[in-house]
Design a protein around this ligand. Sequence first.
Ligand code: XIL
Length: 384
Amino acid sequence: MNMSHSIDRRAFLASVGALGGAAPLALRGGHVPSWLCAGTAGLPLRARAQAKGLLYGSSTLARYLRDDHAFEARFAEECGILVPEWELKWEAIRPAPDRFDFTAPDFLAAYAAQHSMAFRGHCLAWHESLPPWFAATVNRSNAETILRQHITTVAGRYAGKVHSWDVVNEAIDVGGGRPDSLRASPWLDFLGPDYIRIAFEATAEADPHALLCYNDYGIEFKWPKEQAKRAAVLELLGRLKSSNVPVQALGIQAHLRAGDPGFSADELATFLRRVADLGLKILITELDADDRALPEDPATRDQAVAKTYESFLSVALAEPAVIAVLTWGLSDRYTYFNKMRPRADGAPARPLPLDADLKPKPAYDALARAFDAAPARPGTGAVK
Ligand code: XIL
């Protein structure tokens, strides 16, 4: 490849990258040179996604980027969107009812801007990661005020800087017994189902620029519980849309299970289309592949994890409403599985695109192939 070509290519990527989160929008407005699409082999994941008008990125923690320079370099190279893995959750950001600590999310928001990455917010109304003071402080009479104040303060602080917010996280629990399948949570107890509308309306007011998402898990496979949950999520989204609640996207967490035979491409494709028919965008928000059901052998696990990524992404990226893919971590060095869902044999988990030494795994190649094979999003001008 001649230097001028590679310089053009590098310059193009730098210029597109400089547009930050707007980059895919710029691609939609501008023309993506054919060499970028035809020649994406060897480019980092963010460029391969961008060539099709998509975003690829990952969750991370501020301390990983601050303290681990080798990891930070790979993160900057591969990711076009960043979501704080913990630092925007209530327990991290609000140590007291009248006190917020924005140190870490400010660092991450600035890091994303400096590295031409879009920035995702996670999450504003959830039943988990509530701070110790919450139970003794929040009640039926003050819950709405406290929720609105939280959202106004947090989403307002990053207004204009956030690509998308997980406004409400994991509100559906099909086993909970309610006809609307809403999960028991402090928010539901104190405010009823209306907490969802309150959260979305408060976020839309605080940051009119951000894409407002409903985010959930356990809606990817064909098992009866997941079929029921997909139906309940669709019903919730339909109710919200018909009552003009400003929900604009569905976040599918995609915590997949490597080796699970219960994947149906048709069922997933049909679900994605039904979500898109509601006028919603779709983000894959927390992709990884649980390898606990597999034998210890790393090569066996890596192949199964890659196959799980490929099966899921080939269907997901065929749906034009899907606009972004984030893995929940970039490297096995920092997967949450080792702390929260460890393997029975104690072997380190291998759910992510890079191994613990930051080397690409078959899952990385599966992501790359999925982006390369994805249809270009409307307006990218990408040559098929
Ligand atoms: C985990 C994070 O990965 C950890 O860094 C944090 O300390 C605890 O939460 N999505 C979520 C959480 O938001 O449920 C879990 O994340 C798993 C994935």
